[in-house]
Ligand binder design. Structure first.
Ligand code: HEM
Length: 458
């Protein structure tokens, strides 16, 4: 078997960091406060000024929180007003009956059949990505995380609005969201420490950036309503049309404000996550020649013959899909899933009080020393091995699980298969010597120093 690589890791401390170190280091990224034992613990705790926080990596208890007793553990509101400035009360942040109604109305737009309808729109974006990459695929360095954010934002934009993302609006949104993510995360740590919201300067600055993200999306929704007034007969076949025509059991529909909330959720949840995973995947295969060559051969077989690059041929991409799945294990874009505790209870040996918050750490669960074989190693073939089946069944959940499982999982798997297979088929992906990305956990898992590779046309 070819030698497998271990991808970049945060600096892992030997000893448990002191509370002060945890606040100072953790304000940039929760990964910076992990220590060796975090990777074999099942539950840990830390205290803010007003609340206690727990993290959990025990599969059966996670299953209870996310799946069987889900009403007892609502989504935590640590980002508070900051997230609401962009997402309103959209499906990603809502709870209770409001969430149930939203989910009922949005599920149909994301069923597998509907997702395959947007295949041609995804292909248009991927072909434009290829044209951009062709222009730089002469062995020079490429800022691949930027390229992946560009293509995934374009895909979600086209599938929502049936038009490409205009470059000037794209730049406004990219820049605003970069700043926003960092500030929102710092504000979350501020909230955890129990400091007053009103004094949080990161919060005020994040809110300013939030307006620059929501504003262009709200304008697009308005434009569609105007179009529908002049031409109601032929609405475009896209996600916005599905949401406008969605009705709940009692016949009610989304208001314009609610539509903007949901579109903002789709846009943000739908591109940053996929962009993060695709960038890490390309970094990993730039360092693993064996996997890369096998992916190239697989894409040649799938698309080289009759039918070309068509949805029918995607079933032949087993390795490409496993590369993406293994990347989601090692670098889960949503690295922590936070929930609130609404009833006091004993969890393991801890007396957990009502009002505490619990973080399900997918980063730690996916690398747990007692669950996985060679947990830090990039090994896409583990998804074909009998001896890893149980770990995958019980402890692999990059899209979460239970009723609040990611609504866009099929969408993400389809777009990433298109993008990864297109890149593996047409380019060699080469490493940039001495470039080691540093993973940081913000709203999504990113690299603090970017992700770079070199591309060369095959
Ligand atoms: C690789 C890509 C993706 C990953 C790893 C991912 C992961 C997740 C996770 C872990 C959650 C649960 C968060 C929580 O409960 O706290 C979630 C929720 C969600 N995701 Fe994704 N996601 C991805 C792509 C997408 C895409 C492409 C879309 C939309 C097109 C999307 C839309 C959503 C929505 C709407 C929710 C909220 C669902 C609910 O609360 O009912 N995601 N995602």
């Amino acid at each position: 078997m070819a030698k497998r690589i271990i991808g970049p890791m945060p600096l892992i401390r030997k000893d448990r960091p002191s509370p002060l170190t945890r606040i100072m280091k953790g304000r940039h990224s929760s990964l910076d406060v992990l220590f060796e034992r975090s990777y074999s613990m099942k539950m840990g705790e830390f205290t803010g000024l007003r609340r206690r926080f727990y993290f959990l990596t025990q599969p059966d208890m996670i299953n209870r929180i996310l799946a069987s007793d889900v009403d007892l553990y609502p989504k935590s509101d640590l980002m508070g007003t900051v997230l609401h400035q962009i997402l309103g009360n959209g499906i990603f942040v809502s709870n209770g009956e409001t969430w149930k109604k939203q989910r009922r109305m949005m599920n149909p737009a994301f069923e597998f059949a509907r997702i395959s309808e947007v295949f041609p729109l995804m292909m248009d974006s991927a072909n434009e990505m290829k044209a951009r990459l062709d222009a730089v695929a002469d062995g020079r360095e490429v800022q691949i995380d930027f390229e992946m954010a560009h293509v995934t934002a374009d895909i979600i934009f086209r599938t929502i609005f049936s038009e490409p993302l205009p470059r000037d609006e794209a730049e406004i949104i990219f820049n605003a969201f970069n700043h926003y993510q960092e500030l929102a995360y710092i504000h979350g740590v501020w909230n955890m420490a129990g400091l007053p919201q009103a004094l949080s300067i990161p919060r005020l600055r994040a809110i300013r950036h939030a307006r620059n993200i929501r504003g262009p999306l709200a304008r697009m929704v308005r434009k569609r309503f105007e179009l529908l007034q002049t031409n109601p007969e032929n609405p475009p076949q896209d996600i916005l049309s599905s949401l406008i025509s969605a009705r709940d059991n009692d016949g009610s529909r989304f208001s314009e404000k609610e539509l903007v909330d949901q579109i903002a959720v789709m846009f943000l949840a739908g591109h940053e996550t996929s962009a993060s995973a695709l960038s890490w995947a390309l970094y990993l295969i730039s360092r693993d020649r064996d996997v890369q060559d096998r992916m190239h051969a697989e894409t040649e077989l799938a698309f080289g013959g009759e039918g070309g690059f068509s949805p029918r041929n995607f079933k032949f991409l087993k390795l490409t899909r496993d590369v993406f799945r293994e990347t989601l294990r090692l670098y889960p874009p949503v690295s922590v899933v936070p929930r609130d505790i609404t009833v006091p209870e004993m969890m393991r040996d801890k007396n957990v009080k009502k009002g505490s918050a619990i973080f399900i750490s997918l980063w730690l669960l996916h690398r747990h020393r007692d669950i996985w074989k060679n947990p830090d190693m990039f090994d896409p073939d583990r998804f074909s091995r009998e001896d890893e089946k149980e770990a995958i069944r019980s402890a692999y959940m990059p899209f979460s699980q239970g009723p609040r499982v990611c609504l866009g999982a099929s969408f993400a798997l389809q777009e990433s298969a298109i993008i990864l297979s297109m890149i593996a088929r047409h380019y060699e992906i080469l490493p940039v010597e001495d470039h080691v990305p540093k993973p940081v956990a913000r709203l999504t898992l990113r690299s603090e120093n970017g992700i770079r590779v070199r591309l060369r046309k095959r």
